[in-house]
Design a protein around this ligand. Structure first.
Ligand code: PBG
Length: 333
């Protein structure tokens, strides 16, 4: 862009900010309900929603309830729902085999939603942590997270989820080579139209804390995820990861967390022009919601401003726990 600079008073930027009409005409970015992916926590058994203390307003839902809220989300125009299972601790093992059980909680939820709310896209999480006795996203042997053995496990998980009817698979594990392996397996099994939204640039972040409470992984996890998730100090590496995942067959790519990494979103979008998403993670949600509940900020305005920031940074969409609330606000004229 060629900057054309008229000095004051020929240029007065306040002219285009004077009225709501002029502000609307000169607005560069827009947030719409079509930009939203709604992450939802699911659990086995019946009964009422189980609130998550560190994420006020978010709860673990039974299968019946998740079908209900998926229908509500579809009515609001939310294009996709993303499922995160809370797995019974008794099913967490060192080999994580529950992850590729065709009848596991996540796969049953995919089937139930696709049968009853076919219009909403169902996205899944491809990673071993909910099923892992050690709480890690990969297989742990003698304290080491194994890459290639994990990729083989993720491929089994991929096929079970595709078989159940998932529209978008979200590998969030950060192992090397998983996108290519997943894509090849999907093609081989006839699931040629299942999309992969790669968590391509996922950082080892403190902002995932409330999520680990929500899926019950906090207790099991020993240590940190720094040998597979990215160093928050790195930026060029994110571009190399995104390039690699696109080359291996990812359809869409994600930067995670969101707000502290808007610079990465912009670089990724500018460099590749691929469908680019950000995950406004649990800790970001908790900060905004917590401050709002204390009366320290206007929660509604802060929520909308935070989501607009992703659009400004070049994102095509946002995974956000605010999705239904935002969708309702955007709907009211
Ligand atoms: C793990 C996974 C995590 C999130 C999504 N998938 C947590 C982690 O990597 O420890 C975090 C989402 C959030 O914080 O909202 N596969």
């Amino acid at each position: 862009m060629q900057p054309i600079f008229a000095p004051y008073p020929q240029s007065r930027f306040r002219r285009t900010r004077r009225t709501a009409a002029l502000r609307a005409l000169t607005q560069e970015n827009t947030l719409t309900v079509g930009d939203l992916i709604w992450p939802v926590f699911i659990r086995d058994g019946g009964g009422p929603d189980q609130p998550i203390a560190s994420m006020p307003g978010v709860a673990r839902l039974s299968l019946d309830r998740v079908v209900e809220v998926a229908a509500e989300a579809a009515d609001l125009g939310i294009p996709a729902i993303c499922l995160f299972p809370y797995i019974d601790p008794a099913l967490k093992t060192p080999d994580c085999h529950e992850a590729w059980n065709p009848e596991n909680l996540a796969n049953r939820a995919i089937r139930a939603i696709k049968a009853q709310v076919p219009g909403i896209a169902v996205m899944t999480d491809v990673a071993l942590d909910p099923y892992n006795a050690y709480g890690h996203d990969g297989l742990v042997v003698d304290g080491v997270i194994l890459n290639d053995e994990t990729v083989a496990a993720l491929v089994k998980m991929t096929l079970a989820q595709a078989e159940a009817g998932a529209d978008i698979l979200g590998p969030s594990d950060m192992m090397d080579g998983r996108i290519g392996a997943m894509r090849l397996a999907l093609e081989g099994a006839g699931h040629k139209d299942v999309a992969i939204l790669s968590y391509a640039a996922k950082y080892a972040s403190a902002f995932y804390g409330p999520f680990r409470d929500a899926v019950g992984a906090s207790g099991a996890l020993k240590g940190d995820k720094k040998t597979y998730q990215m160093n928050p100090a790195n930026s060029d590496e994110a571009l190399r990861l995104v390039a690699r995942d696109l080359a291996e067959g990812a359809d869409m790519v994600m930067v995670k967390p969101g707000m502290p990494y808007l610079d990465i979103c912009r670089r990724v979008k500018d460099a590749f022009g691929a469908p680019t998403y950000a995950y406004q993670v649990s800790g970001e949600y908790a900060m905004i919601r917590g401050a709002a509940l204390n009366g320290w900020i206007d929660g509604e305005k802060a929520m909308l401003e935070s989501l607009m920031a992703f659009k400004r940074a070049g994102c095509d969409g946002i995974l956000t726990y605010f999705a239904p609330e935002v969708a309702r606000l955007l709907r009211t004229p």
